[in-house]
Write a protein that binds this ligand. Sequence first.
Ligand code: NAD
Ligand code: UDP
Length: 334
Amino acid sequence: MSGTATTVIETGASAASPPFVVTGGAGFVGSHLVDSLLAAGHRVVVVDNLVTGREKNLKSALDSGRCEIVRADLSSSPDLPRAQGIFHLASPASPPGYQRHPIETLWVNAAGTRNVLEAARRSNCRVVLASTSEVYGDPEVHPQTETYWGCVNPVGIRSCYDEGKRYAEALSMAYRRVHGVDVRIARIFNTYGPRMDPNDGRVVSNFVTQALENRPLSVYGSGSQTRSFCYVSDLVRGLVALMAVEPIPEGGPVNLGNPKETTVTELAKIVAEITGVRLQTRTDPSPADDPRRRCPDISRARKYLGWSPEVPLADGLRATVDHFRAELGRAVAA
Ligand code: NAD
Ligand code: UDP
């Protein structure tokens, strides 16, 4: 399996078409999305301030000559070019990332989202908003359907992200109702794959890095909490389909995630197997407000997009481990 997602948008790309704008395009998901758009023949403008992204994620994209990067904070009104569509991904996304930058996280989801929606009005183009399963908080309904309103602590340490994304969704719906902006909301569940930052503190990055360094895997709390892990190429295919599809009633929202639920302990076992190390774990405290279960109902994605994930967890993890091995190897060599 290649580390790069290669889904294409089936609309006829031509050199004269305006570019797609990808905010947060230097990040993990964004860079795969950019590669996919370029593979379909489009031009792409990335807007990113690199707060959690890495320019090296865009190396092959920038080498293509059809991608440019605007290094700017989306919260402070950078000039967004005329676009044929805007994918809005800019926001810290890992719990350590957004807890290190709580105000910036709220701001990019508020002011940054407003800038995206105003730019979409000017360009009369569609927007795909990268929202999150975190809008469901610590859900009391399983699996989570889009009609569930969630269970979020509005003042806890995750609230900068959860409430930031809930605000971004609300603002998007207001622009849709008041100005007719065609915005589609993707509620993305845990996604993993090559180009994750080994230091982002997410469970997959931590476990793979720890296993490759032959250290115990840090299980937070009992390890019985669940997540549903989606490989990045599957997610990108879903985001592209959401941009391309005919308008969805009420803008979606549409859950994009893998409905296969896995406990953190199970994940540790699989990572140990794939990296070929003896499983050693250590127990660390459970973070505040850590959701206990998370699993998407993807009926809407199946119905409107004909989408469902295809990459099994073990296959996706193997590709991720290969990438981390190469990246950590380079770091050691340096
Ligand atoms: P990431 O941190 O790798 O990428 C986010 C990108 O946004 C980074 O390149 C960062 O520098 C950029 N950014 C942040 N604030 C910015 C600002 N003010 N101006 C310009 N750029 C800014 O994270 P990711 O995992 O690639 O996530 C991408 C998007 O998908 C995020 O919006 C995230 O909330 C959403 N999402 C991701 C997951 C997941 O599991 N990866 C799950 C749910 C939702
Ligand atoms: N987790 C863990 N060990 C780690 C990092 C995370 O056990 O080193 C747990 C975390 O408590 C959560 C799950 O793994 O229950 C997923 O965490 P992650 O930060 O990847 O994403 P989240 O879904 O919480 O945003």
